[in-house]
Write a protein that binds this ligand. Structure first.
Ligand SMILES: Cc1cc2nc3c(=O)[nH]c(=O)nc-3n(C[C@H](O)[C@H](O)[C@H](O)COP(=O)(O)OP(=O)(O)OC[C@H]3O[C@@H](n4cnc5c(N)ncnc54)[C@H](O)[C@@H]3O)c2cc1C
Length: 386
């Protein structure tokens, strides 16, 4: 018997299943592939508050507090490191962008500083080029290992009794007279009084038959991962216009991303997880752009490249909501390129919503109905991800 079915074993779904099980719910976690098969495996996995939309900042701050003890709590690995985040201005035009970001976020209570001296920037990250003109510095930001974290959530949830069903696709959410009654999968039916949709870019396949939808665009991001290199870079590096970002992993591999690119819909579903291929031109551009700000990266030999897809909403904010009018449905998707950091808090909010339809977190900006009144939903340009 299951009380709650969670669809999607990325960080949002895995954390939700874990939190629900801690509260005594009988939970089934399903994924059409495997844990961390999509965005939660493709990600850069920065754990940052800096550069956040004001609506997300309280969640990001709560998440960062939670990340510190997460590995112990889950009795697994997260490889979380609080090594800070530097967002760089490479030109005179980018300096005011970074300055205004720091002013806004300091006013919102975040401990973030503007560094305008190369020596100050290189004091926290000696590997950064001396051509960089200024940077925001948030010492409490960091990063984690995305796959290890999701697997730790899955293992912890399993120990709490969550039933895992991987390689099984949910086809439909079943309802009767305004109440969720379960799901139909490609292997059969599962009865449940609550369904949580954490299905990333595929979430609308399940919502649309219910008359619901999260307006999404799906751009792609090129990701490069090098072979292990000597330790050179502690903080996560971003840039003012978000055309590249990167960090060095615990074992010395650089993990570096492009800005948003157009995705033309090609995706290979044949392997253990879906694969999207980046273009050679984009790979070369990432090497050039990140190499300009971290010269050591120019010498790195690449081990892997892939492209990740982003579930981008018009305002760049997620939907975390139990929509009115249908009893037993909770949605957590549309994280728009920055949902990895939020995962631990997303799980808590989802569990709150399933349990009582309420949460102490300020989630009004993440309501699904913010889109429903507008016929035409205009997408705002997303300036930051990662
Ligand atoms: C290149 C890149 C860089 C990023 N950098 C950062 C960063 O630095 N910091 C940050 O915080 N965030 C970052 N993000 C965003 C972050 O990774 C995502 O927001 C987050 O991982 C989303 O997790 P999720 O669980 O909501 O979705 P996903 O990880 O996409 O999980 C959805 C899951 O649902 C499953 N699924 C879908 N449909 C079905 C179905 N019908 N039946 C069964 N299963 C189904 C899929 O197989 C998938 O495993 C980045 C993303 C990308 C792509």
């Amino acid at each position: 018997m299951t009380d709650v079915v969670v669809v999607g074993a990325g960080i949002s779904g895995a954390a939700s299943a874990y939190e629900l099980a801690r509260r005594g719910f009988r939970v089934t976690l399903l994924d059409r592939y495997s844990p961390a098969a999509m965005a939660s495996g493709w990600t850069l996995a920065g754990v940052r508050q800096s550069g956040r939309h004001p609506a997300e900042l309280p969640l990001a701050t709560a998440a960062v507090q939670r990340w510190a003890g997460l590995a112990d709590e889950l009795e697994g690995e997260t490889r979380y490191r609080r090594n800070g985040n530097l967002r760089l201005a490479r030109t005179a035009e980018e300096v005011p962008v970074i300055r205004s970001l720091v002013e806004q976020q300091s006013a919102a209570g975040l401990d973030v500083a503007l560094l305008t001296d190369t020596a100050d920037i290189q004091a926290v990250a000696p590997a950064v080029s001396d051509r960089v003109m200024a940077a925001s510095w948030c010492p409490s930001d960091g990063s984690a290992d995305p796959r290890a974290t999701v697997l730790s959530y899955v293992a912890a949830a399993q120990r709490l009794g969550v039933e895992m069903r991987f390689g099984e696709q949910v086809r439909r959410i079943e309802t009767v007279e305004g109440h969720v009654t379960g799901i139909a999968t490609d292997a059969g039916m599962i009865a449940a009084s609550h369904v949580v949709v954490c299905a990333g870019i595929f979430g609308n396949e399940l919502l649309e038959p219910l008359g619901l939808a999260v307006p999404l665009q799906v751009p792609m991001v090129t990701v490069l991962r090098s072979v292990p290199m000597p330790a050179a870079l502690g903080p996560v590096i971003g840039v003012a216009n978000a055309d590249c970002a990167g960090r060095q992993e615990v074992d010395g591999r650089f993990r570096v991303t492009s800005g948003l690119e157009t995705w033309h819909g090609d995706i290979d579903h044949d392997g253990p997880r879906p694969a999207v291929r980046p273009t050679m031109r984009s790979i070369a551009e990432v090497v050039r752009l990140f190499g300009e700000v971290v010269p050591a990266f120019k010498d790195a030999r690449m081990d892997e490249t892939w492209a990740g897809l982003i579930d981008l909403t018009p305002d760049g904010l997620p939907v975390i909501d139990s929509p009115a009018g249908l009893d037993g449905l909770t949605v957590a998707m549309g994280f728009s390129g920055h949902g990895f950091c939020l995962g631990p808090v997303t799980g808590t909010i989802v569990a709150d919503l399933v349990e009582t339809r309420r949460t102490p977190f300020p989630i009004t900006p993440f309501a699904l109905d913010r889109f429903t009144d507008r016929k035409q939903v205009a997408f705002e340009p997303l300036s930051l991800h990662g």
